[in-house]
Design a protein around this ligand. Structure first.
Ligand code: ACO
Length: 324
């Protein structure tokens, strides 16, 4: 028997306020047509004033716990992927822990920007395989609207707020690629690219939280190659090929990157979960949000082979292969 980390439930939360592309034309030289055709984004959600990343995460966790049919008492640990924490410290994880009424176990944050959920999922899998925990809430939660420069049309139209969470639980498998659960992962980073996407503030520099800066067209050139190659590596580690994949659940940054990566992997768009049109780029929240929507749409079903892939600031990128 092989110990596996299996998804037992999933949920998400999106703030109420929906902002359509047209709203940006009120103060920016942009258009719905440009945003749609260059990124695939039509609308995004923004957190209300006073609504924090941990608030969004708590709502997503409650939905995931309900979906898994368990309560917070069944959870041993929380791992939160975020780059937009409520405070510099304590972690969003401990705030979510408190918000859910959990006084045992442990919680912490993982920061790998848009690739954060892939890193958090890999980390939570390791906790389960090392028998540090039997059930882990893995969360991606962001309020990127708080780090936008609203006068920079090349970035502020691309991002949104939201949270997704899943319950990962220890189960026994046969040790083959037919098992449910996480089968393989591949993580990468290369700090030489830090200027491609960063926030121009921080605790030990400006003492402010700063605003996002991105050289989108440079990043675009790295994205498709790095995403398809990390997905291929993770699949190979699982002993699987493109023909075994039921769904790609990509990071939702740009429809052209999503399409290009699927094309490079030889998979049709009918096998890709796409939510970028409705959510924009929600950074670490985008993959669990897309997974949750994919389950709600009855696209993702028990036994399906899923490949996730994400790239973001760092650069940091990676992929997880799991059977739902
Ligand atoms: N409206 C109208 N015109 C615009 C806008 C806008 N909102 N934004 C930029 N433009 C203009 C530019 O000024 C430029 O004009 P110019 O040619 O006169 O100089 C022109 O449009 C083309 O700009 P590009 O940046 O070359 O456009 P591109 O086709 O590359 O699309 C985009 C931009 C959507 C940002 C794309 O490059 C992209 O998606 N990059 C990758 C983003 C990504 O994957 N990020 C990683 C995850 S994010 C994270 O980790 C937090």
């Amino acid at each position: 028997m092989t110990r596996r980390a299996v998804v037992a439930g999933i949920g998400h939360y999106l703030p109420e306020r929906v902002v359509e592309n047209a709203e940006f034309t009120k103060w920016l030289d942009t258009s719905d047509e440009w945003i749609r055709s260059r990124s695939g984004i039509e609308r995004r959600h923004f957190a209300a004033e006073g609504q924090t990343t941990s608030d969004l995460a708590i709502r997503a966790c409650q939905a995931a716990l309900d979906n898994a049919g368990c309560t917070i008492d069944d959870i041993d640990a929380l791992v939160v992927a975020t780059s937009t924490p409520d405070l510099t410290f304590p972690s969003v994880g401990t705030m979510v822990q408190h918000g859910l009424g959990m006084t045992r176990g442990f919680a912490y944050d993982v920061q790998a920007v848009c690739a954060g959920f892939v890193f958090a999922l890999t980390n939570a899998n390791a906790l389960i395989l090392a028998q540090q925990a039997d059930r882990v809430l893995v969360i991606g939660a962001e309020t990127f609207s708080r780090i936008m420069n609203w006068d920079d049309r090349s970035t502020c139209v691309l991002f949104g707020d939201g949270a997704g969470a899943l319950v990962l639980e220890a189960q026994n498998g046969a040790g083959t690629s037919a098992d449910r659960g996480i089968l393989a992962a591949d993580l990468n980073s290369d700090g030489q690219y830090r200027d491609m996407l960063y926030v121009d503030g921080g605790v030990s520099t400006t003492g402010t939280s700063g605003k996002l800066k991105m050289q989108g067209n440079l990043l675009f050139r790295h994205a498709i190659d790095k995403l398809s190659s990390t997905a291929d590596t993770a699949l190979e580690r699982a002993g699987l090929g493109h023909e075994d994949v039921d769904w790609i659940v990509p990071h939702q940054a740009n429809i052209r990157i999503i399409q290009g990566t699927a094309r490079k992997m030889g998979l049709p768009m009918e096998q890709v979960i796409v939510t970028v049109q409705d959510h924009g780029n929600t950074s670490a929240a985008s993959i669990p949000l897309a997974m949750s929507v994919g389950v709600n749409r009855a696209q993702i079903k028990t036994g399906d082979l899923i490949v996730t892939e994400a790239i973001g600031g760092g650069l940091a990128w990676g992929s997880v292969v799991l059977r739902w």
